[in-house]
Write a protein that binds this ligand. Structure first.
Ligand SMILES: Nc1ncnc2c1ncn2[C@@H]1O[C@H](COP(=O)(O)OP(=O)(O)OP(=O)(O)O)[C@@H](O)[C@H]1O
Length: 336
């Protein structure tokens, strides 16, 4: 599923893509089994049955907005803005039978605040196999695009990869992690796909979803959250308008954002800048409890407090926000 960024990797990408298409649509044994089952049952369509055995691209399948809402509200802690924006963006996009461009979300925030976690929730709500789906593609800058001298090659590979996968499944999801570590310019290669074109070389990109994850702008978000805290205002009173414009300008002017002077921002091709607020002590405790629950353990409040207290908090004087968010909570819990 992942892009092979090695020199000569374009061929590998083609092979991988071909393998995916074959794996997704032509397993003969599955076909025979389904044909037999179909003949026996008589009332399920071949396609319906086929899709019970193999993963199918169902770009037209409506989004279960209440399931997504429940997932976000129950699993994601302390991120009222991200919950609101992501729900609104995805519901609007998936309800639109004829979107004019693909959906592009740029998620920003401090480490361990839930950006990858949300991407996983979104992926699972779009394609049941989530990040393991053939139709969900995760790129990690330092892994897939490490060398500055290969920018041109990465751009070509990225274009081929996206073209091939959107041809196979219009509702493909592409997640770019560590955008702040991406060499400037790499991402501009996908600009044509994010624009308002009906088709490019016979392929429509309008049903695809692109998600960028970045620590860039985390300082701006923290500053706003701190201003609210120091003014005695509630965190939940922070509104998107307090942050969205600051974020887009800040990221555009930040050389290390992956979107520095990027045509994606210039041309307004990013639909939503989604801020992730820094997490407080109480949110870290919620993460510990969630992890205990996931492991099937009884909630032990003493352990919850001990794990949370092991984390470090900033700023130096007030110590409000966890500097690793909820990251490392899982490994710390192993010691109890
Ligand atoms: N807001 C949150 N609510 C619930 N769990 C969270 C939250 N933030 C982080 N977690 C937990 O911490 C783990 C690590 O978080 P995640 O990988 O999503 O952070 P991130 O924002 O992507 O960090 P980075 O910028 O370092 O990649 C998640 O898998 C999840 O279990």
């Amino acid at each position: 599923m992942l892009l092979d960024p090695r020199p000569g990797g374009a061929a590998a990408v083609r092979l991988l893509m071909a393998a995916h298409v074959v794996a997704a649509f032509e397993p003969i044994t599955v076909g025979i089994a389904i044909g037999a089952a179909s003949a026996l049952t008589g009332y399920l369509s071949y396609k319906d049955l086929y899709c019970r055995f193999a993963e199918c691209c169902r770009s037209e399948r409506p989004l279960n907005a209440s399931a997504l809402k429940q997932d976000l509200e129950e699993k994601l802690f302390g991120q009222h803005l991200a919950t609101e924006v992501i729900l609104k963006a995805l519901t609007g996009f998936k309800n639109n039978k004829n979107p004019k461009k693909p959906l592009t979300l740029s998620l920003h925030g401090w480490a361990g605040t839930g950006k990858n976690f949300v991407s996983q929730i979104v992926a699972e709500n779009l394609h049941p196999k989530g990040l393991k789906s053939t139709f969900v593609h995760l790129f990690v800058s330092t892994l897939h695009f490490p060398h500055e001298q290969h920018i041109k090659l990465y751009q070509d590979q990225l274009q081929r990869w996206i073209r091939g996968n959107v041809s196979a499944c219009a509702g493909s999801v592409f997640i770019f992690d560590e955008m702040d570590k991406l060499h400037p310019g790499v991402i501009d290669a996908i600009k044509p796909f994010l624009d308002y074109y009906e088709q490019i070389d016979g392929v429509s990109y309008r049903k695809a979803i692109f998600i960028f994850l970045s620590n860039a702008g985390g300082d701006l978000i923290t500053k706003t959250a701190l201003d609210f805290w120091r003014a005695g205002r509630k965190r939940e009173d922070i509104q998107l308008k307090d942050l969205e414009a600051v974020l887009s300008v800040g990221v555009f002017n930040n050389k290390h954002s992956g979107l520095w002077h990027s045509g994606l921002i210039d041309r307004n091709l990013i639909d939503y800048f989604v801020p992730f607020l820094p997490l407080e002590y109480r949110h870290v405790k919620m993460c510990v409890r969630a992890e205990m629950k996931a492991r099937g353990s009884a909630i032990n409040e003493d352990v919850v407090a001990q794990v949370a207290e092991e984390m470090t908090f900033f700023p130096k004087d007030e110590k409000i926000y966890s500097d690793k968010g909820c990251k490392t909570v899982q490994s710390r819990l192993d010691f109890y």
